[in-house]
Design a protein around this ligand. Structure first.
Ligand code: DC
Length: 235
């Protein structure tokens, strides 16, 4: 049956503003926004606390053994008007952004069993459409039939600067050179992993936002959305 509302997949490199962009379009359309990276981060936090992930490496056997202990869900926060990520009932929205999690997350998320678990959860969240999900494999693996697929990119230096400023603003520890190193290293692992590597879907539209404001990105997106709605007879 045709969905009334679209599934919109936003994939791309680390720190190129995928979540801010996806959040903004979800708000504009009245769709649900899901940050799939937050789910991988929450699982990584669990395994970091249990010392099964450290210094950028992950103990696959231990992680697979304990994967059923990890429950990730989102809870609406009235104050911020966004979903908070919860790990086994604990609000971890802030902790999952810390650099220790950023350093371990690629190692944990390349484990096939971890991906399988997250993809199952993500498909369930999107089964009725009306969702904007951002990540690395949303248009290629999670929702290959998504009506709109966007692949975002920006230069590594610009991405590092944005991420650095974001951390400073949140009063979190930050150093520009190590943020840049972490970003390029995560890109490398995300692109080269065996299961669901970061790749542009053949039918995705590229958005290079290196020199675009959020308003320009919204105008760019609404053109695509309106055209798609017309093509599909859903406007
Ligand atoms: O979007 P982010 O930077 O918060 O994502 C954190 C990590 O999670 C990223 O380095 C790779 C992984 N990830 C993934 O493998 N697949 C996704 N769909 C989303 C994120």
């Amino acid at each position: 049956m045709e969905r009334k509302k679209f599934i919109i997949a936003v994939d791309g490199y680390s720190s190129c503003g995928k979540s801010s962009f996806a959040k903004a379009i979800a708000q504009r359309l009245g769709y649900l926004f899901i940050d799939s990276g937050a789910m991988y981060r929450a699982a990584t936090l669990f395994f970091t606390r249990e010392s099964h992930a450290k210094e950028g490496a992950a103990d696959r056997d231990a992680i697979v053994n304990r994967l059923q202990e990890v429950n990730v869900e989102f809870r609406w926060n009235e104050l911020t008007r966004h979903n908070d990520t919860c790990l086994n009932g604990e609000n971890v929205e802030r902790e999952i952004r810390e650099s220790i999690v950023s350093s371990n997350v690629s190692a944990v998320s390349k484990i096939p069993e971890v991906r399988e678990k997250m993809v199952t959860l993500q498909r369930k969240m999107g089964e009725n459409g009306g969702i904007v999900m951002d990540g690395r494999d949303i248009g290629t693996v999670v929702f290959p039939d998504a009506e709109i697929k966007i692949f975002m990119t920006a230069s590594p230096e610009i991405r590092a600067k944005r991420r650095y400023l974001e951390l400073i603003e949140k009063k979190m520890e930050a150093d520009l050179a190590s943020v840049l190193r972490n970003i390029t290293e995560r890109d490398r692992i995300d692109e080269s992993r065996a299961v669901s590597p970061l790749r542009k879907a053949s039918d995705a539209i590229v958005l290079d936002n290196s020199y675009m404001t959020p308003e320009e990105q919204m105008i760019w997106f609404m053109d695509i959305y309106n055209q798609k709605s017309k093509d599909e007879g859903r406007d």
